[in-house]
Ligand binder design. Sequence first.
Ligand code: ADP
Ligand code: MG
Length: 237
Amino acid sequence: LQLEAIKYEKMQVVSQLAASMSHEVRNPLTTVKGFLQLINENPADAPTNTELSKIAVSEIDRATEVINQYLNFAKPHPDREVDVDVTREISHTQEIIMPLAVNKGITVEAELLHQHSIKGDPNKLQQVLINVMKNGIEAMESGGALEICSYEEDGMLCIIIKDNGIGMTKEQITRLGEPYYSLKGKNGTGLGMMTVFQLVDGMNGTVRVVSKKNRGTSIILSFPISCRVYEKETKVM
Ligand code: ADP
Ligand code: MG
């Protein structure tokens, strides 16, 4: 009976994983589709198209990486752990979600003063940032601003992603990250924040949510810092 129960639980985990994997693969596919459409609309604009196709290729790589992560699940090998340049990942994610924002008259601003690194897998951090930024954009119905900034606090690197969208009630905040919890009907899967919580946890980080109904939401991610490099070195001669 106990074996049955374990087997059932494993099946549950695997089916949840499969669902979140298809969700994570759909994000880059949507980007690639959007970029191909842009290229199609303006075939003569070679410089822009080169840039767009570069991002499209890296998005396909990301989709492949997500599938690999899934296939490697439960294999006894350690996670990829490298120094992740957070500033770079934020800028890259900003590029990826830009078409989504532009379509809705939303501005995306990132204030990145310092260069910070954390330990982890750059692909996973990208997945986290994309899911959170996408939610921010989807929360703003009639234009608005998505603001991203990063700073250091008590040896932790914090990334704030702030929108001035529909916001959440206390009850909604509590349910955030529950599998399949979504208020977007057929436009949502309710798997984005579940993935965010899991991935951030895997990087020894935390997720804080500050939100007010009809005012907006700030998602604050914190991670242990592995090293910090100042943009401008101040030398005393
Ligand atoms: P999905 O986006 O597919 O609905 P998520 O797990 O990403 O699933 O988010 C779950 C739900 O949490 C959303 O449907 C939405 O109701 C709420 N939510 C998430 N982020 C925000 C946000 N920035 N502002 C308002 N509501 C949000
Ligand atoms: Mg989402």
